[in-house]
Design a protein around this ligand. Structure first.
Ligand code: HEM
Length: 249
C-alpha cells in the first residue's frame, strides 16, 4: 500500500514556533569560538613569554644576592631617564593583567558555550584523558590564580614574607624559602607543577588553533609543548629548592 505525503512549497517561509526559546548569539570575530580560541592563544603566548623571562631572571639568585638585586632594580629603571622610574614595568604589568583577564574570559565563555551546545550529558562517560585535561585546565587555572595572589603578597609586597616590604628583593626571596618555611617551598612546588601541566596542554591547544598540528608535525609539536613546560618547571623550582636545601644562602 502506498501513501501520499502532502509537502509544502519549497519556498515556504520557515517560522519558529511561538514559544520557541530565542538564542542570543554574539556576533563578530570575538563572539565566535575561533575568535575566543585565538584570544586564548595570543594571551597565553604573552604569559609564556613573561614566564620564560621571569624564570631566567630568578636564576640570577645563583650568581649572588647583588646580581639578583641588580636585575630587580634594572626592571624598575628600564628606559630611564627617557621614561620615569617604574613606567615601563607598570606598562608591562598592565599588559600582563589584561592578558590574564582576557584569557580567563575566553576560557569561561568557551566552556559555557560547550555546556550549552550539549545540555544533556553524554550517556557514555568521556574518555579518561579528556576528563583529566578539563580538570587540569579548569582547577589548575584557578589554583595558579590563587598561587599568584599569594606569590605577590609574599615576594612583591612582602606582606606574608619574614623580611617585609622594606627589604631587598634577594633578601625577601632567601628568607621566604628558608628551611623553616619548607611548607612555602611545598606550595610553590605544587603550584609550579600545575603551571607546567597547564602550559603543556595550553601550548599544544594553541598549536592546534593555529592549524600547525598536522599529521607530520603532530609528534614534534606535542614533544615541543612538553619540553618547554618541563624546562620552565625545572627552572622555576631550582631557586626555591636550592634555598631551602641551603645551596643558596
Ligand atoms: C617558583 C618560583 C618563582 C620564584 C622564585 C619567583 C620569584 C618572584 C619574585 C622575587 C618576584 C618579585 C620581583 C620583584 O619584586 O622585582 C616575582 C614577581 C612575580 N611573579 Fe614570580 N616567581 C616564581 C614563580 C612564578 C610563577 C610560576 C608565576 C606565574 C604563574 C609568577 C608570577 C609572578 C608575577 C605576576 C610577578 C609580579 C611581576 C611584576 O609585577 O613585576 N611567578 N616572582
Amino acid at each position: 500500500m502506498t501513501a501520499t505525503i502532502e509537502r509544502g512549497s519549497a519556498t515556504a517561509p520557515v517560522t519558529a514556533p511561538k514559544n520557541a526559546p530565542t538564542r542570543k548569539r554574539s556576533s563578530g570575530f570575538l563572539g565566535s569560538s575561533n575568535g575566543k580560541k585565538v584570544v586564548m592563544a595570543v594571551t597565553g603566548a604573552v604569559m609564556v613569554l613573561f614566564l620564560v623571562l621571569h624564570m631566567l631572571g630568578n636564576l640570577k639568585i645563583f650568581f649572588g644576592r647583588d646580581s639578583f638585586n641588580e636585575y630587580a632594580h634594572a626592571l624598575r629603571t628600564l628606559l630611564e631617564p627617557i621614561a620615569p622610574y617604574r613606567t615601563v614595568l607598570t606598562i608591562l604589568e598592565i599588559g600582563l593583567v589584561a592578558s590574564v583577564v582576557l584569557h580567563m574570559w575566553a576560557a569561561i565563555s568557551l566552556a559555557r558555550r560547550a555546556g550549552k551546545a550539549r545540555p544533556v550529558k553524554y550517556v557514555a562517560k568521556k574518555s579518561q584523558a579528556s576528563g583529566y585535561t578539563t580538570h587540569i585546565m579548569r582547577f589548575g587555572g584557578l589554583t595558579i590564580l590563587l598561587f599568584v595572589i599569594w606569590h605577590l603578597l609574599d615576594l612583591t609586597f612582602g606582606v606574608v614574607n619574614p623580611k617585609g616590604f622594606d627589604s631587598a628583593p634577594a633578601d625577601r626571596m632567601i628568607a621566604g624559602f628558608d628551611a623553616s618555611r619548607w611548607w612555602v617551598t611545598l606550595i610553590y612546588l605544587v603550584a609550579v607543577v600545575m603551571v607546567g601541566l597547564h602550559l603543556r596542554h595550553g601550548i599544544w591547544s594553541a598549536f592546534q588553533t593555529l592549524g600547525w598540528a598536522n599529521r607530520t608535525r603532530y609528534k614534534a609539536l606535542k614533544a615541543g609543548a612538553g619540553l618547554v613546560s618541563a624546562v620552565l618547571v625545572i627552572g622555576f623550582l631550582a631557586p626555591p629548592l636550592a634555598i631551602t636545601f641551603g645551596v643558596v644562602k
